[in-house]
Design a protein around this ligand. Structure first.
Ligand SMILES: NC(=O)c1ccc[n+]([C@@H]2O[C@H](COP(=O)([O-])OP(=O)(O)OC[C@H]3O[C@@H](n4cnc5c(N)ncnc54)[C@H](O)[C@@H]3O)[C@@H](O)[C@H]2O)c1
Ligand SMILES: O=C(O)C(=O)C[C@]1(C(=O)O)C=C[C@@H](O)C=C1
Length: 364
């Protein structure tokens, strides 16, 4: 791929553009808000000048409700050899596009896709060129999809260092209802409990609630679009969650009883939901879609100052240790944070010794 046009230069469009530009692709940037395209260009994601001739791949990264119309407009104007969108839902946008009456030959130049990576923040300033690294990127070709267009999509995924996964559009929508849409709503519901909570309680927030509520900070307008295009599968899953909630409330009420037998039954009910949670959690894939791995954690106390993380990573690099994952906890009211570096178990003592030697404060 030599040239691309990204339409919709928010978080996802600009992140893809940064990755492509970093691989030498000439990227043109467009947005219905020209300021967003200018910002993306200033970040090094490409040029906000329109292409003079058709590009190899047009990437539509607008909100789901605008995807079909934006694609159809680009196709009618002949802006590219291939067309791809990145919307979080796949069945609805494809059916909307089909209903717009484009020729079959033009439709064969379109492929629906969805990178399974994002953030709770929107806009080009939240974008990073490595957003998709190691993450699944779903492609939904049909029998009619042009092979050349499928190859362009695979090239995009490869430039973004993501992992291609081919799926049927409706199967994709059922799957993301389970792993993204239902969890998003549950996160919002947990976070909503905090809205009117006492400040004395809220200031105790630790890592657990941060993990569970991070995505509740996302833009509601985008999520209304996403959920409007996938309501049935999400409602079915929430019905199951609701049954678990009813059972759990019943079990907790039994735990309040003065009757020993009832309390035992309550504890069994709670244990059941916790154990089923364990069984589901271990199925969450690790980095690069591989089976989850057990890493060892090296915890380092850092000052909340610019450049600290970069220094730790550089020191780990000098020690020849690969950091597999990283988490940062900020202590409330303190100018310090705890960085947890996840490494292969055999690397943990090597990293600990190297960091200690370079003056870092390690914690258990
Ligand atoms: N946010 C995520 O975590 C995530 C992850 C994967 C896929 N997606 C999908 O990627 C797409 C973009 O999401 P985002 O998070 O980058 O949103 P965003 O709000 O950061 O960016 C969307 C951009 O599209 C522009 N836009 C809106 N309507 C447009 C139109 N008609 N024509 C051209 N540009 C238009 C907006 O001005 C904005 O700059 C959505 O379809 C979303 O479902 C999002
Ligand atoms: O990690 C996040 O912040 C996300 O919102 C990512 C996430 C997800 O649920 O995994 C959200 C929606 C997208 O369609 C794809 C990815």
């Amino acid at each position: 791929m030599r040239t691309a046009l990204v339409i919709g230069t928010g978080l996802i469009g600009t992140s893809a553009a940064l990755a492509l530009a970093g691989r030498g692709v000439v990227v043109h940037l467009a947005d219905h808000d020209p300021e967003q395209a200018r910002t993306a260009a200033a970040l090094g994601a490409g040029t906000d000048e329109a292409p003079e001739k058709p590009v190899d791949l047009v990437i539509v990264a607008a909100p789901p409700a605008h995807v079909a119309a934006t694609l159809a407009d680009a196709m009618r104007r002949g802006l590219g050899r291939g067309y791809l969108d990145v919307a979080s839902v796949k069945g609805g946008p494809r059916r909307e596009l089909e209903a717009l009456g484009l020729d079959r030959s033009v439709m064969s130049t379109y492929i629906g896709s969805h990178p399974m990576s994002g953030r709770e923040k929107s806009g080009p300033l939240a974008a990073t060129g490595d957003l998709f690294e190691g993450r699944p990127w779903v492609l939904t070709p049909t029998r009619d999809t042009d092979t050349e267009v499928l190859n362009l999509a695979l090239e995009l995924v490869s430039h973004c260092r993501a992992v291609p996964v081919v799926m049927d559009a409706d199967a994709h929508d059922r799957a993301v209802a389970l792993v993204s849409h239902m969890p998003h709503l549950v996160s919002s519901m947990v976070a909503a409990r905090l809205e009117n909570a006492e400040e004395t309680a809220v200031r105790l927030c630790g890592q657990g609630i941060r993990d569970v509520t991070r995505i509740a900070a996302s833009d509601p307008r985008m999520w209304i679009d996403i959920l409007s295009a996938n309501p049935g599968p999400v409602a079915d899953l929430l019905t199951d969650v609701s049954a678990d909630l009813d059972e759990t409330v019943r079990a907790l009420r039994s735990l309040q009883s003065s009757d020993e037998a009832k309390r035992r039954a309550g504890a069994t009910g709670i244990e059941d939901v916790l154990r089923r949670g364990n069984a589901g959690q271990v199925r969450v894939p690790g980095k690069h879609g591989s089976a989850p791995r057990t890493y060892e954690t090296v915890a380092v106390l850092i000052d909340d100052q610019p450049g600290q993380l970069a220094r730790i990573f550089a020191d780990a690099g000098l020690a020849g240790v690969n950091i597999e994952d990283v988490r940062i906890e900020h202590a409330t009211g303190q100018q310090a944070g705890l960085v947890q570096l996840m490494v292969e178990p055999k690397e943990a003592p090597v990293l600990s010794a190297a960091l200690r030697e370079r003056g870092w404060a390690l914690r258990q």
